[in-house]
Write a protein that binds this ligand. Structure first.
Ligand code: SAM
Length: 288
């Protein structure tokens, strides 16, 4: 293992620096050292990064670098590298380039022959994998799903046979509908909703997708930041039939919902009329 020398002088180049995803204590000693030594820091939102720097008693020139100004800012950053400057790239939170800007800058800096390195650190997707209790030997990071239900179902459908855990970022307000679509397409695969990681209200809710969809349909959208992890498809299930029958869905939903809500929930996931599901739900709960 290489030793970390806090007196080490940085060589010119681009430093891709991971920053905390919620808990300021997660910034590494190397990240602080590098941010304190560079000539300038490219960041998504200068106000967000200014707060991080203030908390660490660092003062540096900041340059906004995000998806809307990358084409204009990149040549300026590459020119600084060509002048022998040291430049850091950070995002608002976590590891740059992971659902965040930066890959074109890294590629062009490398193409121009500059030294490029990364200071690794927090990443919400990786922390979620550490906590989900699902297989991690193979996983596929999917970024954010589409906002519209039909497109989201297609998006899940494309991935349904991949023999790996799936990891995706989701906005809290869309979580209930996103889990409903995931349950409809992927059936009862095991999953975990990882929320507010490293923060005060950190929470991991585990269960199969149908149970999780039923839970959030009933409880409503939570607050905060979310990563969803879905376990791999079962090896015994036929390749194209991950979907499960309405009876199983109804039974799972009834563990979390009233008879009426469970019937409405499963009707949304299937083509079966709500009335028919309602009668069956009454029978299943011994009320019919
Ligand atoms: N580059 C970041 C990383 O390394 O995790 C991710 C940036 S992406 C634009 C932001 C999304 O990451 C959020 O909408 C949320 O889905 C997820 N995320 C970030 N911080 C999180 C946290 N503390 N807890 C749960 N999810 C988080």
């Amino acid at each position: 293992m290489a030793e970390f020398g806090s007196q080490q002088i940085l060589k010119p180049g681009l430093y891709v620096v991971a920053t905390p995803i919620g808990n300021l204590g997660d910034i590494s000693a190397r990240a602080k050292h590098v941010l304190g030594q560079v000539d300038a820091i490219a960041c998504e939102d200068t106000r967000v990064t200014a707060k991080l720097l203030t908390a660490n008693l660092i003062k540096k020139p900041l340059l906004a670098y995000h998806e809307h100004n990358g084409a204009v800012q990149r040549p300026k950053l590459l020119a600084m590298l060509a002048e022998g400057k040291k430049v850091a790239l950070v995002s608002d939170a976590g590891t740059p380039l992971i659902s965040d800007p930066g890959f074109k800058l890294v590629a062009e800096a490398q193409d121009d022959g500059h030294y490029v390195t990364a200071i690794p650190g927090p990443c919400a997707a990786i922390m979620a994998l550490s906590l989900a209790g699902l297989p991690t030997d193979r996983f596929l990071f999917l970024g954010f799903p589409p906002n519209k239900s039909k497109a989201r179902q297609t998006w899940f459908h494309v991935e349904r046979q991949i023999p790996a855990s799936l990891v995706y970022y989701e906005s809290a307000k869309r979580l209930p509908e996103s889990l409903r679509d995931a349950a409809e397409v992927l059936g009862d695969r095991e999953a975990a909703v990882c929320r507010e990681l490293t923060k005060r209200f950190e929470e991991v809710v585990r269960g199969d997708l149908i149970a999780l969809a039923a839970h959030y349909a009933e409880a409503g959208a939570p607050k905060g930041e979310i990563v969803v992890v879905i376990g791999p498809p079962s090896k015994t299930a036929p390749a194209d039939s991950q979907q499960i029958d309405a009876e199983t869905m109804l039974t799972a939903a009834l563990k979390h919902m009233s008879v009426k809500s469970a019937a409405a929930f499963v009707a949304e996931l299937t083509d079966i009329p709500k009335k028919q599901l309602y009668s069956r739900a009454l029978e299943l709960t011994g009320k019919g």
